[in-house]
Design a protein around this ligand. Structure first.
Ligand SMILES: *[C@@H]1O[C@H](CO)[C@@H](O)[C@H](O)[C@H]1NC(C)=O
Ligand SMILES: *[C@@H]1O[C@H](CO)[C@@H](O)[C@H](O)[C@H]1NC(C)=O
Ligand SMILES: *[C@@H]1O[C@H](CO)[C@@H](O)[C@H](O)[C@H]1NC(C)=O
Length: 551
């Protein structure tokens, strides 16, 4: 392993040197936004409020909101609301309430209105099947972080959120009883508690889905002192690691489908994009949240596997990226990368410094003991730079859903090519859903390095959303933001939808980028950007909330 590591370090160093010669500002006509920090905070608050006021006026209470024609509907088949947009947004309202100069009282009023709806209208006794993963990360995660911030920032009534979280957690927990292995089916009926197997993919569950529930249920176990939640979510790992010989046969990497009955993988498609991504994220984040060292070790193995099998750089400017192995680790390498993979800059950086600034981290024994941390940090910078280029090099300044990096001989019939030539966009991948992953990494890189370049990048992306994702932009009372079906043509093609993660994640991470004293050692974000506090080790021990398995 050592030789590989040092090879990667020296290559990364060489690439850093090259990358700084690339004049990336010249790729685009857009001027760097020179706004000050307070001005940027205010701008992001007004962007959030534009979307929020429009939703409140035309779609209030509904789960799915059509931005162009103001239509709406609910997600469950029985047409009762799950709280999809409101619950996902409350903690963003709270963070903005806490730091806003201009709109503090409006944010407070909106928190109380949302809380009233959650306490009195929202009812999870719904006779319909919901996706276990999405409902956990967005609704359970949103309620738990609203509880935490309500408590910390002294706004609203925290008990309302915790009561709802317990009610929902008990309903979702039944999904873990669906198989002998402990790996849950992908959906559950919230009223009957009946778990439902995936209707497609041969009944296999997405690997990232059942391994991205652990932070939420572990925090719930801590708050309620009920270790059943903890035990249920932890059980999924033993069959996954042991029945697949994961560390040896797969170098810590996971194919994206798993049969829930046996824990055995289905197929051999390995990627850090959809259905793979947050498996890796929650290994590190469980360690950061609960200090269970087993998960740090497992994360380390996975990162070594990623560097060995998936890491590459493009032609001609050597942008580092994480590719895919659709036919297994021995199969052909694919230079395709989902925008979803862009969370990896922030993840590698937090894994390297554990929330400290990199200069502070370098003074700590943990940094010199593990040379991989320095390598992870350099790679985090490179990947974040690549993901910024996925914005900076498109005509709209906004990134498409998927790119294919240029390997030199990459096929390109009918594909759009970026201005530096480093990546292509296929005709069906030109949409932009206002996803958060790049601004997430930029936010982490800024707070961990204090390099102002990252605030500049965030300001560029915010101004691209403002220019090119906006509907009725000139009218402050009608202005709102929407997904795009094409971010390559100008003017961009708007699509009729706003994802809840625009409010829950993208605008939240952009906002935190411009907060000056945000302490990343005290908080861990779940995969939907809901912040949980780092849990107290003494309390965890006193509740016997400890790792219950080993390899
Ligand atoms: C809330 O605001 C205070 C005062 O500005 C600030 O020190 C603190 O970091 C903020 N908390 C969060 C979680 O943003
Ligand atoms: C907070 O909410 C709980 C649960 O709904 C309720 O019992 C309690 O009275 C509320 N507290 C205040 C101060 O309103
Ligand atoms: C603990 O959580 C489990 C799982 O939801 C639930 O069945 C049980 O009733 C809870 N125990 C207590 C004491 O609330």
């Amino acid at each position: 392993m050592k030789s590989l590591v040092s090879a990667v370090i020296s290559t990364v160093v060489a690439i850093v040197a090259i990358a700084y010669y690339v004049p990336w500002n010249t790729y685009s006509e857009r001027k760097p936004a020179g706004a000050g920090v307070e001005e940027m905070k205010g701008q992001i608050e007004t962007m959030f409020l534009a979307s929020w006021r429009d939703y409140s006026k035309y779609g209030w209470g509904y789960d799915v909101y059509d931005t162009i024609n103001h239509n709406f509907h609910n997600m469950p088949r029985d047409n009762r609301p799950l709280g999809w947009i409101i619950v996902d947004s409350v903690d963003t309202l709270m963070l903005m309430y806490n730091s806003s100069v201009l709109y503090k009282s409006e944010f407070e009023a909106e928190i109380l209105k949302s809380e009233e709806w959650i306490g009195n209208v929202l009812d999870f006794d719904i006779d319909a099947e919901v996706n276990l993963f999405e409902t956990t990360i967005r609704m359970l995660g949103g309620l738990l972080s609203a509880y935490h911030l309500s408590d910390l920032l002294e706004v609203g009534n925290k008990t309302v959120y915790l009561n709802k979280a317990i009610d929902l957690g008990d309903r979702l927990a039944l999904a873990f009883l669906s198989t002998q292995s402990g790996i849950p089916y992908s959906s559950i009926n919230l009223r009957s508690g009946r778990a439902i197997k995936n209707h497609v993919d041969g009944g296999a569950s997405s690997t990232a889905e059942f391994t991205t529930l652990q932070m939420e249920f572990k925090y719930l176990a801590y708050l309620t002192e009920n270790r059943t939640y903890w035990d249920l979510v932890e059980r999924v790992y033993e069959p996954l690691y042991k029945n697949n010989d994961l560390l040896n046969a797969y170098d810590g990497l996971v194919p994206i489908y798993t049969f829930p009955e046996t824990g055995k993988f289905s197929g051999s498609n390995v990627r850090f994009g959809s259905r793979g991504d947050s498996f890796y994220e929650y290994l590190l984040k469980q360690y950061l949240l609960t200090h269970e060292t087993l998960y740090y070790d497992l994360y380390r193995k996975s990162m070594q596997g990623m560097k060995k099998h998936l890491l590459a750089h493009s032609k001609p400017s050597s942008l580092w990226y994480i590719g895919e192995r659709e036919e297994g680790l021995q199969g052909k390498f694919s230079s395709k990368m989902d925008h979803l993979v862009c969370f990896m800059g922030g993840l590698l950086a937090s894994g390297a410094t554990e929330g400290l600034s990199v200069n502070e981290a370098r003074e700590r024994p943990f940094f010199s003991l593990f040379p991989d941390r320095q390598n992870d940090w350099l790679l985090a910078k490179e990947l974040t730079h690549t993901c910024y280029q996925m914005y900076n090099q498109t005509p709209s300044g906004l990134a498409p859903e998927i790119v294919v990096f240029n390997e030199g001989n990459t096929e390109q019939n009918g594909w759009w090519q970026s201005s530096s030539g480093d990546f292509f966009v296929k005709p069906l991948d030109r949409h932009n859903l206002q996803r958060p992953e790049t601004v997430e990494s930029i936010m982490f890189m800024y707070h961990l390095s204090h390099d102002n370049k990252y605030r500049q990048w965030g300001a560029d992306i915010a101004s691209s959303f403002l220019e090119n994702s906006c509907i009725d932009c000139d009218d402050l009372n009608l202005r709102r933001f929407t997904s795009l079906s094409d971010c390559i043509v100008l003017p961009t093609k708007k699509s009729n939808n706003m994802e809840s993660f625009w409010l829950a994640e993208t605008l939240k991470y952009l906002y935190i980028l411009f907060l000056d004293d945000f302490d990343l050692t005290k908080v861990v974000f779940n995969t939907e950007a809901h912040p949980f506090p780092v849990l107290d080790e003494k309390i965890l021990k006193s509740l016997s909330l400890t790792t219950g398995w080993s390899l």
